[in-house]
Design a protein around this ligand. Structure first.
Ligand code: FE2
Length: 196
């Protein structure tokens, strides 16, 4: 099988320039390309005999980086496509965040400060077994995921996500711009799916 790169159309976004987004989309397309290259090469080597087992194992190790890079960016970009839409108070997501964190605004303040040194992602995950949200820091694209938990929200903290528009010391402003630009209908629909 072959993964197809997704296309995204963005409105004017306050705090995220067209140049920044274009650069970022180029990087995303590289992840899709390399997922397909890795899968093709693993298939070819698998047909060539056991002598390539070590090579296949190393390619498989790289797949986690490329595949998660692909999918996380899709979650990131699709939540910007339709323009900023607030999270309505009668949605399941709003109610569940308010229940766990006291209020939606409390949660948002905590999540907006979730960061760590080095490249990675700040994720909001939901565990439907315990009905509990988790905040996850995923280093690179693949280290630190919680198995089986759906990603409700994914914020890219790699420098490539903001360096066209912000200095590294102003990363917090970038995160705020991304959160301000979110289409919460899209994000909320992920939660609805997670609890259905
Ligand atoms: Fe990125």
């Amino acid at each position: 099988m072959n993964y197809e790169k997704r296309t995204f159309e963005f409105p004017e976004i306050n705090g995220l320039s067209k140049d920044q987004l274009a650069l970022h989309i180029d990087l995303y397309e590289g992840y899709v390309k390399h997922v397909n290259i890795l899968m093709t090469q693993m298939n070819v080597l698998a047909k060539s005999g056991d002598e390539f087992a070590y090579s296949i194992a190393e390619l498989r190790r790289r797949l986690g980086f490329e595949w998660n890079g692909m999918r996380l960016h899709e979650l990131y970009f699709e939540a910007l496509e339709h323009g900023a839409k607030v999270l309505l108070a009668d949605t399941k997501l709003f109610e569940a965040l308010a229940k766990q964190y006291g209020s939606f605004s409390n949660w948002l303040e905590i999540f907006s400060k979730l960061s760590a040194r080095g490249p990675g992602w700040a994720l909001l995950n939901y565990d439907s077994v315990t009905k509990h949200f988790h905040h996850t820091w995923v280093a690179d694209h693949e280290v630190g995921h919680l198995a089986s938990l759906p990603v409700i929200l994914a914020v890219d903290h790699w420098e490539h996500a903001y360096l066209v528009d912000y200095l590294p010391k102003d990363k917090g402003m970038y995160v705020q711009s991304y959160l301000n630009a979110l289409d919460w209908e899209t994000v909320s629909a992920r939660f609805d799916k997670a609890v259905s």
